[in-house]
Design a binder for this molecule. Structure first.
Ligand code: ADP
Ligand code: MG
Length: 332
């Protein structure tokens, strides 16, 4: 364990144990593993995302934001499956020299996340590392048996929807790296916050069960993730670029110099939900958007894959084939 920190057991007891929120099967993080009840009539939905310093966040990002993002990206995967969050675990590798102040801020980020989005931390592991900090979160959720939303059930003629606004996360990464020139301070802060502290659309996700045909969360960029749905469902997609929802600060950049819409639909880190639904559901979906106070935009339609058209094709309103090229992040 890093020199500046208390020992592993004291860290767990002082910092992590309160995050188990008295959930009985978490045993205050004092036993070997957590015990979760299998809820009658529901399936478990389980996902893990590992965040590595320098890859998924910048080493000098605020610790609370790093914690938030580690949990949020996992919550976002649950949302994309139509699941409700039930519990989280965290495997944390801390570089030597991590300070207690750093850890306190990190814990505060988890605590705020759990208070806002529900569920508790029920287990994990804490180790020291010679390498960069990594935070690997596992999220466990539940959904009605057989009702999970997948990427593979879109039908030709389904309407395509997206929640929130697109491109702020990618602009936030550029802004956090000092890019985007003389951006007004409020816009810079807005983009950076969207990059560092994405909102998992958990409320929307589980409400889409029964409405949506296919769903995915946008982590690699709208275009790349829409391609995933198209590939898995064997359809193609036609989107109307004029209907892509943009935040006011993003609109200002697009109408000015330096940023175009293709970049915004290719950039990652939005963590909005992209989903398809039969056209007769449009009314229900706009009612749902109203009810949960989250804008949902209809951006296009899926269609039968054209003769000779490659799998996963996305075209714009003029029939131009959209490709995300090398902009989307690839690990390997
Ligand atoms: P073991 O050696 O039996 O695997 P550990 O000493 O690693 O146990 O962990 C003791 C308890 O503390 C376990 O319940 C584990 O889930 C919990 N724990 C350890 N690190 C974390 C963490 N970062 N977040 C949440 N729980 C943790
Ligand atoms: Mg043990």
């Amino acid at each position: 364990m890093a020199a500046d920190l208390p020992g592993e057991f004291e860290i767990i007891e002082r910092f992590f144990s309160p995050l188990s929120k008295g959930v009985s099967g978490a045993f205050g993080l004092k036993d070997d593993a957590a015990v979760l009840d299998c809820e009658a009539g529901r399936d478990f939905v389980v996902t893990t995302d590992c965040l590595v310093s320098g890859v998924h966040f910048l080493a000098d990002d605020p610790p609370g934001s790093i914690a938030h993002k580690a949990f949020a990206v996992n919550g976002s995967d649950l949302a994309a499956m139509g699941a409700k969050a039930k519990a989280y675990t965290l495997a944390l590798a801390l570089p030597k020299g991590t300070t207690e102040a750093w850890l306190i801020d990190f814990i505060q980020g988890i605590s705020a996340f759990l208070d806002r989005f529900g569920a508790a931390l029920v287990g994990g592991d804490t180790v020291a590392t010679e390498g960069p900090l990594t935070a690997s979160v596992t999220a466990i959720g539940t959904v009605g048996i057989g009702q999970a939303l997948t990427r593979s059930a879109a039908k030709p003629g389904d309407a395509i929807f997206v929640s929130g606004t697109i491109g702020d996360g990618a602009l936030g990464l550029r802004a956090a790296r000092g890019g985007l020139g003389d951006l007004p301070a409020y816009a810079r802060a807005f983009f950076v916050d969207r990059y560092r502290r994405p909102t998992p659309r958990l409320e929307l996700g589980h409400r889409l069960v029964g409405f949506a045909s296919a769903a995915i969360d946008i982590s690699d960029g709208l275009l790349a993730d829409l391609e995933h749905i198209c590939r898995c469902s064997n359809v193609e997609a036609r989107i109307d670029l004029g209907h892509i929802p943009l935040s006011e600060p993003a609109k200002a950049l697009v109408s000015g110099a330096g940023v175009d819409i293709d970049e915004l639909i290719s950039g990652g880190d939005d963590y909005e939900l992209l989903f398809t639904a039969p056209p007769e559901m449009v009314g229900e979906i706009s009612d749902l958007a109203e009810e949960i106070g989250l804008p949902i935009s209809r951006i296009g339609v899926t269609q039968q894959r054209g003769e000779g058209q490659s799998v996963g094709t996305v075209i714009d309103e003029n029939g131009r084939e959209l490709t995300h090229g090398e902009i989307g992040y690839r690990h390997f």
